[in-house]
Design a protein. Structure first.
Length: 68
């Protein structure tokens, strides 16, 4: 019985070490994911801002030529 307890204890310790390694990897992946999401949002905002400016420019040009 004592031998079995020691084996289970060692197994449990090993699982806890592996769990800690996986937890750190998950945290790292989460940080990377958050950084990528922020970059994607920034790029989308830039693209939308550029498209809006071009649209306003096109509308302004159309109405200016329409009044002549």
């Amino acid at each position: 019985m004592e031998k079995q307890n020691k084996e289970l204890y060692k197994e449990n310790c090993q699982m806890m070490r592996e769990n800690e390694i996986l937890r750190r990897q998950a945290e790292k992946l989460n940080r990377e994911n958050q950084a990528l999401l922020s970059e994607l949002k920034r790029r989308l905002l830039e693209a939308n801002t550029k498209q809006l400016a071009e649209l306003q420019l096109n509308i302004g040009s159309s109405s200016a030529t329409g009044h002549k």
